[in-house]
Design a protein around this ligand. Structure first.
Ligand code: AP5
Ligand code: MG
Length: 210
């Protein structure tokens, strides 16, 4: 199973990918998480990417394509994978095609813009394993620490109102065209993400197993 999770910032890509990854026993590959790790470790890629992430802009295609090529060549990807946050531009999607990777399904989670701000301002993320929570909608049973690995939960630096606005605008101009791109290939599934976590999960499973 090779899946792509498509959707606006805060649509629930990471949250649903985490659940699907457990269900299908395949890894989730989040370019956002890989880049945040590189920034934390102050690698050359992290230093290059920091300004883009802080401004809510996309990191240049060649950098992200390089990251994905390397990650997909690892052993745990042989049985399938879930791409969360890649591709995000048409050139990135074309690069994936040129690697000869055949994607089975592209899940587009659709959420209204006004809900996005509420979701991102209440989001908390595990500082170690990256698991995602929400202070109201999906709190950790352990409070301020992660249910999975007991590391502290943090607020992402790009989850502030100004950067969220910029990320949404970038999504509409640069990523939304991928919906038509994959629709024309015939493997796009649309799931309504405006409901609860469970309702969104059920909509995805219904679409995947139809
Ligand atoms: P990335 O980390 O991918 O961020 P994003 O696309 O902005 O998406 P988010 O992670 O913010 O949202 P999500 O859809 O995963 O939602 P979540 O499940 O967390 O990328 C960050 C940055 O890295 C980019 O801005 C860019 O600079 C760079 N980058 C990454 N990939 C790139 C690429 N390919 N090319 C170039 N640059 C790249 O949910 C959000 C919150 O809502 C959570 O708190 C969750 O608990 C809650 N929630 C989720 N679903 C529901 C629901 N149904 N009901 C109620 N609450 C819900
Ligand atoms: Mg995410």
């Amino acid at each position: 199973m090779k899946l792509i999770m498509l959707g606006a910032p805060g649509a629930g890509k990471g949250t649903q990918a985490q659940i699907l990854s457990d269900k299908y026993c395949i890894p989730t590959i989040s370019t956002g998480a890989i880049i945040r790790g590189a920034i934390k470790n102050e690698t050359p890629t992290g230093k290059l990417a920091k300004g883009y992430i802080d401004r809510g802009e996309l990191v240049p295609d060649d950098v992200v394509i390089g990251i994905i090529k390397e990650r997909l060549s690892e052993d745990d990807c042989t049985g399938g994978f879930i791409l969360d946050g890649f591709p995000r531009t048409i050139p990135q999607a074309e690069a994936l095609d040129s690697l000869g990777i055949e994607i089975d399904r592209v899940v587009d989670i659709e959420v209204d813009d006004d809900l996005i701000v509420k979701r991102l301002s209440g989001r908390r993320e595990c500082s170690k394993c990256g698991a995602t929570y929400h202070v109201v909608n999906n709190p950790s049973e352990k409070g301020d620490i992660c249910e999975r690995c007991s590391a502290p939960l943090i607020r992402r630096a790009d989850d502030n109102p100004e950067t969220i606005k910029s990320r949404l605008s970038v999504y509409h101009s640069q990523t939304e065209p991928l919906i038509e791109f994959y629709k024309s290939k015939g493997n796009l599934l649309v799931a309504d993400g405006n409901g609860s976590l469970d309702a969104t999960y059920n909509a995805i499973i219904k679409a995947l197993e139809a």
